[in-house]
Ligand binder design. Sequence first.
Ligand SMILES: [Zn+2]
Length: 485
Amino acid sequence: MRENYEAVIGLEIHCQLATATKIFCNCPNTFGAHPNANVCPVCLGMPGVLPVLNAKALEYAIKAALALNCTIAPLSKFDRKQYFYPDLPKNYQISQYDLPLATNGWLTIYTEEGREKRIGITRLHMEEDAGKLVHAGSDRLAGSSYSLVDYNRAGVPLCEIVSEPDMRSGAEAAAYAQELRRILRYLGVCDGNMQEGSLRCDVNVSVRPKGSSKLGTKVEIKNMNSFNAIQRAIDYEIDRQVAAIEAGERIVQETRLWEENSQRTITMRVKEGSSDYRYFPEPDLPPIVLTAAQIEAYRSALPELPRQKRQRYQLEYGLNAYEANLIADDRSVAEFFEAVVATGAEPKPAFNWIMGDITAYLNENKLKITEIPLTPAALGEMLQLIADQTISTKIAKDLLPELLSQPLAGTVKDLVAAKGLKVMTGAELEAIVTEVINSHPKEVEQYRAGKTKLLGFFVGQVMKRTQGKAEPQTTNDLIKAKLEN
Ligand SMILES: [Zn+2]
């Protein structure tokens, strides 16, 4: 029956901007400090204090908006959103209402069928975060014996990014949230850590009969702290709503919580109409005025974004779409890859080594690619040594753990030589020894006449022909055996 319905999904994402200080005061913006350590009269909402906008927070919000293809408003302003809850010390939140910083953007996702799909972004606005309540003995206010409040988070700069209801499945919504986080991380404006709440996602889901253009009653879902949870919560909710409609029930407009343990959504609160937040302009902050020249300066300073990198990797480096997606996922990995290719290495082996053995090592040791001693230059040199058959892939794999864990003193070639890794033994070596002996009949005669010091001469000739790859002891033994035969 689900195939007779279409889901309509929109996301509201709150992301904490990674500034050093809060949005309207100088308190540190850090996670994990002792409760109420990062507070001052401004973020506690004491009477008579004045907020001052953090210029860095504005810069980060503008960068995010431009990277999301939004139009930046030449004039935007802050408003007070009134509501009463203990996590909000002023009893209002400074946010943006009718004149947000940016509107009308989009980003591109890849659907499960591998198609590109553009998801619209309605608006991006700035606001301050609220504090955090800790409920004793329960996850929620209801059922706890008492609650504590921590205002360290109050006043942390946020961007709220509202999408158009353009998504049709849990997978599309998860892909949208992932691409959004990827873009924010590329810009360095948000660390995107969902476990610590620096990226929080609320979802609106409704269903309607296929072919209908009328929207169904929407339900909001909260409390998902991974992309996987977003996908599963939405798919659960679509099934629940379809089943309810098929059973002749009415969908109630409400907010539901995703329960990770039971893998279902449960009612949190039923909305009766939209809340009246009594928005009015914030009188203590001047409007944000941006000239076209200022906006263009920000735009031209944007780094290359994930989508551009993916396209370039396919065109310039010949990677397929899957490979390009994979290596462009993280900016520092992508930059490492590009630096390796810049040394002259072939893109495909560079991709394989980075996404294979190197990524496995990083995951195993919980390290980032910027935290290991291996440099792009060293990896590039190693790939060159493989390409010109100085070393085998097997030898390179043996060499890699050292390159990953210890700083390289000289070149990779030095290391290969020092470790005697480029060995040559067996039939290959024996053939060269035979060749050397056959091409020096005079020296063979002298040796056989008693000038055994000439052994060194033959070893030297073999080493010369094998570029030092011959294993010394085996070489000695082989030459002796042949000369004394
Ligand atoms: Zn403060």
